[in-house]
Structure formats: structure tokens, C-alpha cells
Design a binder for this molecule. Structure first.
Ligand code: NZQ
Ligand code: ZN
Length: 398
């Protein structure tokens, strides 16, 4: 019998305090106080939280606890470095000691970047281009308005540097939020495209962990499968009825579980789809989830010969494809097709063309992915890929 690769040793530290459910945003002040904040920067996006009245409720909650605040709106989806620099200056000027992100993954990531940058002598971009590691940051709290990126429970942050449009990430336990408020009702105002993009991103976070070289990881395999099946069940229900609180609640918690790494510990992970997608959303400024809907089937089809039984297993257990023991490749392929059809049924795109691109962009996408901002010509995930291979995968997305 073939000996399995043991579950890897790991440390897992995920101390975020979650307040989940209706009206929980009214506890923002209480939670900031509990985690030691005395002067807050409220950070938010392009205005959805102003229009919904959420920002006013959060401010009232801070005022009730006597907590002073400054505010900085204007975070764009695929958040930019320019606003991070502005936030760092503002925090230093105002003596801010706590970042409160009110919004989605972009706002939370921008807040994390500011929180790390305020306590750092150099350029905060050092953390994102691999020159420095985040050892300390101001505490961050979040009031989440979209189930997607999982930044509310993760130690990760992704920022786009305007000069060169490099979209890069960093990760550190120091960036994990002190608390996150998750009220599923707040996501009911999302446009359908954003709801669907969020579900796609959550699905991608699960696949990136499922595609592993580590065997004998039954517990995390089964957790991932359960979360995937939840999305398959709840996704169509929430697209059909955006006010379905129960479906939104399940998707919101799935989004957190998918990315705080509780189902990724002890196993090698992939992340090629994410690396390739970050160039799509940097170039086309599309929703991260929309880019992933295009990227995942192409990446997985390329990886399939190297992870046949993994893809066959997820096809069978999650997508209900009959296992063809004589020809597992056909089962594996059927699973990738089922994923693609599911994402299309939610309204997600299938091709680079639908994102506004064309074949003429392949060289640029590949160049920035493999060589941009200090790249060495390859990317490393489940497979190590060079520029020729990456270009081939991008072409499969046309
Ligand atoms: O800016 P506003 O006006 O708030 O509008 C936003 C934005 O246009 C809107 N929105 C959010 N909540 C809403 C709402 N509109 C109406 N009602 C609501 N309740 O939705 C749009 C998208 O928001 P955004 O924050 O960009 O979405 P998401 O949470 O998908 O975040 C995407 C970013 O997260 C990064 C992605 O690369 C992308 O930059 N990621 C971060 C990760 C992490 N930190 O762990 C991991 C992920 O893999 C991902 O890479
Ligand atoms: Zn993602």
C-alpha cells in the first residue's frame, strides 16, 4: 500500500472575535472599546455604506461609547496604494490608534495596509513586494458588507500599486482583525453581480486549498467539501431572492470559514488561479470573483493531469458526477465543467473577452505576472509554471 504524505505540522492562530447576526453593527463602539481603541479611523468605499445608512449607525455606536473618530472614504474595488498613503498620513496626523473598516474586502485590505504602514518607517509597499514582513500593525476591526474575500477573518491584504498597476498581497497574523461584525442583512443591498462574484471567490478559496499534494487530510478535505456544497445549495437561492436572510447567513459564514485557513492547515495549497486572476483584475478592473470565474476552469484543466484523483474526487463528492474508475479523467473533467456551469448560472463570465480583453493582452498579462515588480519568471503553486505555460493558460481563457 502507498504510504500517504502526513498532514504537515502547523501553528494556527486565528483570534478574531466575531459578532454575527442582525443589528450587530450597533455594537461597533462596544467592540472597539473592548479591544482598546480610543481614536478610530473609519475607512469605507465608494458610498454604499453612506447610502444604506450603515455609516451613520456605526458612527452613532462609536459616539455612544465616547470614542473619537476621523473618516476616510473612497476605497475602490481592487484598492489602490494612493489612498493607503493618504490613510497613513491621516492616522499619524490625527493620532489614530484603531482602524475600523466598514465595507468589503477592498476596504478591509486597505485598512490593513494603513494599519501596518502607520507603524513602519519605510514604504508600506515593501510588505507587498516581498521586501519586508509585517511584524506589527494598529488593531483593525471590520463591519463586513459583502461575503467574498474572507479578509474579515484572514491575515491577508491585497493592494494595487498604481504605478505599473501591480496587484500584490501580503500576509501576517498581525493583520488578522481583532473583531469582525457579520450581519448577513447588510449584504441584501448588493447588486446581483457582486453577490455572484463573492460566491465565486469563496468557491475559489476552497479549491485553492483542495488542490494539494498532501494526502491523509480527511478532516480538511471534508470541511472544504461541506462548504462547497453549501455554496452550491445557497448560491441559486440568493440570486433568485436577494432578501433570503438564511441563505445570505450561510454564505457569509462560509466565506469566513473558507479563508481564515481553518480548512487549509496542514496541507500544501495551490493559489495559481488567484495569481493569474490578480493580473486580470489589475488590467480590466473587474470584480476579483468575475476574474476567478474565467481563470479557474482554465487553470484546473491545465493542472488536471497532475492531480487527476483530486479533481475526480471533488467531482464525485461535491458535484455528484459518477466516478468512472476505468477513466477517472472523464470524471475529473466533468467536475470542472460542472463548476464552470454553476458559475455561469450565477451570471459570471467565462472568457477574457467578456471581461473586456482580447488575445492582444496575453503577452502583457504574462509579462506582469511572471516578471513584474521583482518577479523571477516563474510562479509557484501546485505546479511551478514559466511564462510560456502561463501564456498557454491565459490563451485557454479566451
Ligand atoms: O465601494 P462601495 O460603494 O462600498 O461598493 C462596493 C464595491 O463596489 C460594493 N458593495 C460592497 N458591499 C455592498 C456593496 N454594494 C451594495 N451593498 C453592499 N452591502 O461591492 C463592490 C465590491 O466591493 P469589494 O470590497 O471590492 O469586494 P470584495 O469583498 O470582493 O473584495 C475584493 C478585493 O479583495 C481582494 C481581491 O483581490 C479584491 O481586491 N482579496 C482579498 C483577500 C484577503 N484579504 O484575504 C483574499 C481574496 O482572495 C482577494 O484577493
Ligand atoms: Zn480570492
Amino acid at each position: 500500500m502507498r504510504k500517504g504524505l502526513r498532514m504537515n505540522n502547523f501553528d494556527f492562530y486565528a483570534p478574531t472575535y466575531f459578532a454575527f447576526g442582525k443589528d450587530q453593527e450597533n455594537r461597533a463602539g462596544e467592540l472597539v472599546k473592548r479591544f482598546g481603541g480610543t481614536k478610530v479611523l473609519i475607512h469605507y468605499g465608494g458610498g454604499s455604506v453612506v447610502r444604506s445608512g450603515l455609516l451613520d449607525r456605526v458612527k452613532a455606536s462609536l459616539e455612544k461609547e465616547g470614542i473619537a473618530y476621523a473618516e476616510l472614504g473612497g476605497v475602490k474595488p481592487n484598492p489602490r496604494s494612493g489612498l493607503v498613503y493618504e490613510g497613513i498620513d491621516l492616522c499619524r496626523k490625527e493620532g489614530v490608534d484603531f482602524l475600523l473598516a466598514v465595507g468589503g474586502g477592498s476596504t478591509i485590505d486597505s485598512s490593513k495596509a494603513i494599519a501596518a504602514g502607520v507603524l513602519y518607517d519605510g514604504d508600506f509597499w515593501d510588505f507587498y513586494c516581498g521586501k519586508a514582513f509585517v511584524k506589527q500593525a494598529l488593531p483593525v476591526g471590520t463591519v463586513l458588507t459583502i461575503a467574498a474575500a474572507g479578509s474579515e477573518g484572514s491575515g491577508d491584504s491585497v493592494i494595487t500599486k498604481e504605478e505599473g498597476m501591480f496587484k500584490r498581497g501580503t500576509g501576517s497574523n498581525a493583520l488578522r482583525p481583532k473583531f469582525s461584525i457579520l450581519n448577513p442583512a447588510l449584504t441584501q443591498t448588493l447588486p446581483p453581480h457582486q453577490t455572484a462574484a463573492g460566491i465565486t471567490d469563496i468557491m475559489a478559496h476552497l479549491y485553492e486549498r483542495y488542490i494539494t499534494r498532501t494526502t491523509e487530510v480527511e478532516v480538511t478535505d471534508r470541511m472544504i467539501e461541506a462548504l462547497m456544497m453549501t455554496l452550491i445549495h445557497e448560491g441559486p437561492r440568493v440570486i433568485e431572492n436577494p432578501n433570503n436572510y438564511e441563505a445570505r447567513a450561510n454564505i457569509m459564514w462560509a466565506g469566513m470559514m473558507a479563508h481564515n485557513n481553518s480548512c487549509g492547515v496542514g496541507r500544501s495549497q495551490d493559489w495559481i488561479s488567484h495569481m493569474m486572476e490578480h493580473e486580470l483584475s489589475a488590467l480590466y478592473d473587474c470584480a476579483h470573483g468575475a476574474g476567478l470565474a474565467v481563470a479557474m476552469p482554465a487553470v484546473f484543466s491545465y493542472e488536471l493531469p497532475h492531480a487527476m484523483m483530486r479533481f475526480a474526487q471533488v467531482a464525485n463528492r461535491v458535484w455528484g458526477c459518477p466516478m468512472d474508475f476505468a477513466n477517472p479523467e472523464s470524471t475529473a473533467k466533468a467536475g470542472i465543467e460542472a463548476l464552470r456551469n454553476f458559475l455561469t448560472s450565477l451570471g459570471m463570465p467565462r472568457t477574457i473577452g467578456e471581461l473586456g480583453g482580447s488575445e492582444a493582452d496575453i503577452a502583457k498579462l504574462t509579462e506582469v505576472l511572471c516578471y513584474g515588480d521583482g518577479g523571477n519568471g516563474t510562479i509557484n503553486g501546485f505546479l511551478k509554471l514559466d511564462a510560456v505555460q502561463c501564456a498557454e493558460i491565459y490563451r485557454a481563457m479566451l
